[in-house]
Design a protein around this ligand. Structure first.
Ligand SMILES: Cc1cc2nc3c(=O)[nH]c(=O)nc-3n(C[C@H](O)[C@H](O)[C@H](O)COP(=O)(O)O)c2cc1C
Length: 206
């Protein structure tokens, strides 16, 4: 059974909601899903002033990344790229990089933006670059998830990965839609399936 980490950062809960849907998809595929977040970095006063959501989800350690067959990263966009909280976490993976610990594991990314064209694709693709440096096999959200072709409503989702729109720089009233959550579940299932196949072929894995 593939073991998949859904690792996220979320200030206002949109990515946290998407992460739960990604994990559902992983479990639908018969794999084990672990959901964890990366540590907050902004001062408590800033988090409070900005209305950040309290999130009791367990915090991941960098070394444990090597324990998973796949890591699915969720990050809101910050100026068109991943949040510093996620980058800070990944920047501590130098030891894993040096030991080739993540080579051949599956990596995948989903995101959230405040606006429709605020950097959904740039955030995912630039985060995928980090995964490629770590030697991971990058998996997106294939067009077999037909929901990304919808034109009858505003929706996230692209071949790069699932996404949602939060509406504005703060929390925003918009929450992930049914279609966006379907995309997240699809990505979770898709990654878990591929991770299972690769894990079975990896030397030293029963
Ligand atoms: C400092 C900062 C920079 C942001 N930059 C962008 C941006 O470049 N494009 C955009 O559409 N939204 C931007 N946003 C909005 C966030 O992406 C949005 O709040 C987030 O996707 C909501 O996800 P969350 O609820 O999981 O935190 C920014 C927000 C902050 C606080």
């Amino acid at each position: 059974m593939a073991k998949v980490l859904v690792l996220y950062y979320s200030s206002y809960g949109h990515i946290a909601e998407m992460a739960a849907a990604v994990a559902e998809g992983v479990r639908d595929a018969g794999a084990q899903a672990v959901v964890k977040r990366v540590p907050e970095l902004v001062p408590e006063a800033v988090a409070q002033r900005s209305g950040y959501a309290h999130d009791p989800t367990e915090i991941a350690g960098v070394a444990e990344l090597a324990d998973y067959d796949a890591v699915i990263i969720g990050t809101p966009t910050r100026f068109g790229t991943m949040a510093a909280q996620m980058k800070n976490f990944l920047d501590q993976a130098g030891g894993l990089w040096a030991n080739d610990a993540l080579v051949g594991r599956v990596g995948s990314v989903f995101t959230s933006t405040g606006s429709q064209h605020g950097g959904q694709e740039t955030t995912i693709v630039t985060t995928q670059i980090v995964l490629l440096h770590l030697g991971m096999v990058v998996v997106g959200l294939p067009y077999s998830f037909k929901g990304q072709l919808r034109m009858d409503e505003i929706t996230g989702g692209s071949p790069y990965g699932a996404s949602t729109l939060a509406e504005g720089p703060g929390g925003g009233d918009r929450r992930p839609t049914a279609n966006e959550l379907d995309g997240a579940r699809f990505q979770g299932r898709h990654v878990a399936m591929i991770a299972g196949v690769l894990a079975a072929a990896r030397p030293g894995v029963a």
